[in-house]
Design a protein around this ligand. Structure first.
Ligand code: CA
Ligand code: CA
Length: 356
C-alpha cells in the first residue's frame, strides 16, 4: 500500500511538473486517492478547462437565409424549365428534315419557345443552319421571333470584325474601316429566310469631324456612293435603302451641311429622298467647335441633343426598326467616310442585326 501510494505520488509529482499526469493512452489525469474501510480506491478526474465566456445571446435571421435559399431554388427551377423548353422547341425543328423556315415561324407556333439556337432553312436554301432566335418581347416592339443575322460586341473578350473592317485595340477594342476613303462593305447572309422587318443597332465612338449627309447635300451622291459619313444598311441589287446612321460634326453647331438633318428648322430638306425618315443621326461632339480627337460620348445613345433637335426623340434608340416589303435578300452593311482616318473615323463597339 505504501509502495502504491508512493508510486501514485511519484506519478502525480512527475505529471504535475508537466501540469499533467500521464496514466494511459497518452492522456493526462489528476488521480485522487481515497481510503475506505482499508480498501484503496482511485478516482480519476479530468483537468477542469477554463470556463468560457457564454457570449451574447445569438440571433438567427432565418428570413434572409430563407429568401436566399428560395432564390437559388427558383433560379435552378427556371434554368431547368428554360433548358427543357428550348430542348422541346428545338426538337420540333431538328436538322434539315424538320428545320423551321424562320424564328418567326417557331414563335408563331409556340410563343413560349425561349431565345436560343434553332435549325432554320429558308425557302430555296440547300441546307439548314443553326441560327439564334430572339424570342423576347422587348426587341424592336411587340413579340419575339427575330432571326439574328449579325452580332458584334467588341467589349466582350474575343471578337472578329466583319470583313473588311479592321480590328484595333487603341484607343480601345473596336472595329473600324479599312479603306482610306469611301465605303467598306460587308454582307450579312440571311440564308434565304424571308422577312419584312429589320431591327438593328450600331454603336461606337466618333473621331474627328464627320459630316452626316454632306456627301448627298453638297455632292448630290446617290445610294451607291458615299452619301453619308456613317453606316448604311441596304438590300438587293440595285441597292434598296433600309436604314442610315449618320454621324455629324457636332450636335450643337448651327445647322449646316455637316450637321444632323433632325434639327427642327432643317428637318424637311436635309437628307436624301431615298433615306426619308429611315435614319438616326448623332454626334459624339457636344461642343460647337470641333477637333481631330476621340469623343467619349457613345453614339446613338439618345443623349446630348439640343432642345431644337429631334435626333434623340426615337424611343427605340439606339435601335432602329424598319418595316418593308417581304424579301429574303442578304443585308449589306457599309461604313462610309469620304475623308481619311486622320480627320474622320468611327470606332464600332456594338452591332446587332435581326430580321423577322
Ligand atoms: Ca469631315
Ligand atoms: Ca466627310
Amino acid at each position: 500500500m505504501r509502495a502504491v501510494a508512493l508510486l501514485l505520488l511519484l506519478t502525480v509529482c512527475c505529471c504535475q511538473t508537466q501540469s499533467k499526469a500521464v496514466l494511459e493512452k497518452g492522456e493526462c489525469y489528476n488521480p485522487l486517492l481515497t481510503a475506505n474501510g482499508g480498501t484503496l480506491h482511485f478516482k480519476v478526474q479530468g483537468i477542469a478547462g477554463e470556463k468560457g465566456d457564454p457570449g451574447e445571446p445569438g440571433e438567427v435571421d432565418i428570413g434572409e437565409l430563407k429568401a436566399e435559399i428560395e432564390g437559388h431554388i427558383s433560379t435552378l427551377i427556371r434554368t431547368e424549365l428554360a433548358a427543357q423548353n428550348i430542348i422541346k422547341c428545338q426538337n420540333t425543328h431538328l436538322g434539315t428534315l424538320s428545320a423551321a423556315s424562320s424564328c418567326k415561324e417557331i414563335y408563331s407556333n409556340d410563343s413560349t419557345c425561349r431565345s436560343g439556337y434553332y435549325w432554320l432553312q429558308g425557302e430555296g436554301e440547300s441546307g439548314a443552319h443553326m441560327m439564334y432566335c430572339e424570342m423576347e418581347e422587348s426587341l424592336c416592339g411587340s413579340g419575339g421571333g427575330w432571326t439574328q443575322v449579325a452580332s458584334l460586341n467588341t467589349s466582350k473578350g474575343n471578337y472578329r470584325c466583319p470583313y473588311p473592317l479592321t480590328k484595333i485595340s487603341d484607343p480601345g477594342n473596336f472595329c473600324k474601316r479599312t479603306s482610306a476613303t469611301g465605303c467598306d462593305s460587308t454582307t450579312f447572309n440571311t440564308y434565304n429566310i424571308s422577312y419584312s422587318e429589320v431591327c438593328g443597332r450600331v454603336q461606337g465612338y466618333q473621331f474627328g469631324a464627320l459630316d452626316a449627309f454632306k456627301g448627298w447635300k453638297v455632292h448630290s451622291r446617290g445610294l451607291d456612293e458615299v452619301y453619308l459619313d456613317g453606316f448604311s444598311f441596304t438590300h438587293g441589287s440595285p441597292r434598296q435603302h433600309i436604314w442610315s446612321l449618320a454621324v455629324a460634326i457636332s450636335s450643337t453647331r448651327n445647322p449646316g451641311h455637316s450637321t444632323c438633318p433632325c434639327r427642327v428648322e432643317s428637318v424637311l430638306h436635309q437628307r436624301p429622298e431615298y433615306v426619308g425618315d429611315n435614319y438616326h443621326c448623332d454626334s459624339g461632339n457636344l461642343e460647337t467647335t470641333w477637333e481631330n480627337i476621340f469623343y467619349e460620348k457613345l453614339l446613338f445613345d439618345g443623349t446630348g441633343c439640343p432642345s431644337d433637335s429631334l435626333c434623340c426623340d426615337s424611343p427605340l434608340l439606339p435601335w432602329f426598326h424598319r418595316q418593308m416589303n417581304v424579301t429574303s435578300d442578304d443585308i449589306e452593311f457599309r461604313v462610309c467616310m469620304d475623308e481619311t482616318a486622320e480627320s474622320e473615323d468611327i470606332y464600332i463597339q456594338l452591332l446587332d442585326l435581326y430580321i423577322r
